[in-house]
Design a binder for this molecule. Sequence first.
Ligand code: SF4
Length: 416
Amino acid sequence: MPQTFYIATLGCKLNYSESSNIARELQNSGFQTSTTPDYYILNTCTVTTTAEKKARSLIAKFHRKNPFAKIIVIGCFTARDRGVVENLPGVAKVFGSEEKMKIIQYLLDISKKNTIHDTLFTNHFFSTYSSHDRTRSFLKIQDGCDYHCSYCVVARARGSSRSDTIENVLENIKKIAALDCKEVILTGVNTGDFGRKNGETFYQLLSAIKKTKLVARVRISSIEPNLLTDDIIHLFANSDILMPHFHIPLQSGSDGVLAIMKRRYKTALFVEKVQQIKSLMPHACIAVDVISGFPSETEDSFEESFRFLEKLPISYLHVFTYSKRPNTPAAEMKPQVKDSVKKVRTKKLLLLSETKKTTFYQEYVNTQRAVLFEDDVKNGQIFGFTDNYIRVSAPYNEKLINQIAYVEITENNTYV
Ligand code: SF4
């Protein structure tokens, strides 16, 4: 009888890409998927307290559903709090972030009752890509981070910065293209730091991708503003496969707060980057991360940040309400912002984001844009994204799935 597994994933696209690789390798080794499996695998996240709560509740759910199954927990939560996770009922084995791919060898060993290998993968880079979605694949090109933002627990959980080589990334893109996948999203913890320790650069990688044209579309999951060089922006402006879509973490529009966060830029640099993108690619979508209620964010600094964001020609915001992460400098800072105040600030930022997104979408009404249609059908409509990341629908037509087609944007076929 083949051994069975069920894999659940929490958190970022990097985790989804890694989970997809683990599932693929297990299936290639004879394992089958099941909802009442021999092994539950949970790939966890630790970025917020909510992510950890979700992990605990899933572990309890798996144990209730199938008390005889072994639960294997991997990823950032285990890297941060291994002892706690190991002692949760039903948990048979735990692998931290840097050793998570050991799970494949571990399951092969126990299923064949071999001696368990115990190779440590500390600070080893393993490349992964997702393949469950025919249209797009999240390709991991970098992991870990050497920055020390004062609120961040991810860098500690995922270890120091390391990356793939250009040669291997191109090989992986070839494999993804062979699956008939049209879009690749280059993913990492600090993606722009790609290659620094291998004598390569992110710009060189993007140039090679642009030149080889292995897939129709390539996006960057996100890039730190200080690593978004002029060369990279120009490369995007002069390419038909690098999509005009940027996700840039700002975190605060107040220089005082940015300094306390230990971010590596000031607001002036951010403005410069946004203006450069917009002058070369007026149609580019720019998404910006912002944290509300960071310790020391006063009413004045919040207002300063809000006004800064209001004026910037950006397309929408990813708003995160600050939550204390253990063993980070920000958790010890005083004063912390009251929850009720954080709530008000988050709401205000979310409203601003909605307004910006609506305005951005409105600019394209009555224009035609190329849409990559996904296998996502609802109420007789099929959905996809334009080059500049506007979600668009069209009447269902099976032939559109995984195809790029020009669509006229109207008031009624976009989704904010
Ligand atoms: S850049 Fe800062 S926030 Fe992002 S992973 Fe590195 S330390 Fe964390």
